[in-house]
Design a protein around this ligand. Structure first.
Ligand SMILES: C[S@@+](CC[C@H](N)C(=O)[O-])C[C@H]1O[C@@H](n2cnc3c(N)ncnc32)[C@H](O)[C@@H]1O
Length: 233
């Protein structure tokens, strides 16, 4: 399908900063991500050392590197060669050997081997327009075993449209002032302006339509971040 002339160019939609060798080395510091809560969720859902986990949009691998020791096979997929190069460097430094890095995307990764037990994705699906999100979600279902888990975190707007100004302004108002402290207001405001996050009732329907039962959804207090636990039906 990805040879079709109308197929989405995933690299062109990856976010130019994720392709920027000047930006990527500072990504982990800026993101300040602690993977502990997500790992605890996946362990509660049964993740163990016999399992295959695919991390889609793995970035520099903060989650993937923490999850690899807990499973048999970890496949870190990202469309950005720059993010993946950093992930590989960190894996080598940490001596983690059960990570396979694959430079592909939601729409182009071809899973090989036994179906995945878990698919994880954090803050990456919003790069795709809605049509392609659904194609991506159906592909995620296709790589999982029946009963397998898809744990999805992303920026999702869980409020009514007439609350948009208040909620987005509140979120932006909480951003740090200096870039060394994280994403500033100027950086965050590109998200609603330029990226493909949407209202929560749309991803809810997309996920179910793609072949999942939503076991749990947690729309965070900010109403701009959500976490979905989805079971492949
Ligand atoms: C905001 S970063 C998140 C990285 C990581 N998951 C995290 O939580 O730190 C978004 C990542 O999605 C990747 N990405 C963008 N579009 C993608 C696509 N179509 N398929 C796979 N990865 C993609 C980017 O290259 C980038 O590494």
């Amino acid at each position: 399908m990805d040879t079709l002339s109308w197929f989405l160019d995933e690299l062109a939609h990856a976010g130019s900063e994720h392709l920027d060798p000047g930006y990527v080395p500072g990504y982990d510091h800026k993101a300040g991500t602690d993977p502990a809560d997500d790992l605890a969720v996946l362990r509660d859902l049964g993740l163990n050392e016999t399992h295959t986990l695919v991390d889609l949009g793995a970035g520099t691998g903060t989650f993937a590197l923490a999850a690899a020791p807990l499973c048999h096979r970890l496949i870190a997929v990202d469309i950005s060669p720059v993010m993946l190069a950093r992930l590989r460097e960190k894996a080598a430094q940490a001596g983690i050997e059960n990570i396979e890095c694959v430079q592909r995307g939601f729409l182009s990764y071809e899973h090989q081997g036994a179906p995945a037990d878990f698919v994880y994705s954090r803050h990456a699906l919003h790069h795709l327009p809605d049509f392609w999100k659904v194609v991506a979600l159906a592909r995620v279902a296709g790589m999982l075993k029946v009963g397998g888990i898809f744990y999805l975190r992303d920026l999702v707007f869980s409020f009514e449209p007439d609350r948009a100004e208040h909620i987005i302004e509140t979120w932006l108002g909480a951003a740090p002032e200096r870039a060394e402290q994280g994403w500033t207001r100027a950086a965050l405001e590109t998200h609603p302006r330029e990226e493909q996050s949407t209202f929560s009732w749309l991803p809810d329907a997309m996920i179910e339509h793609a072949g999942f039962a939503i076991q749990n959804v947690n729309h965070g207090a900010s109403r701009v971040h959500s976490a979905y636990t989805c079971i492949k039906a």
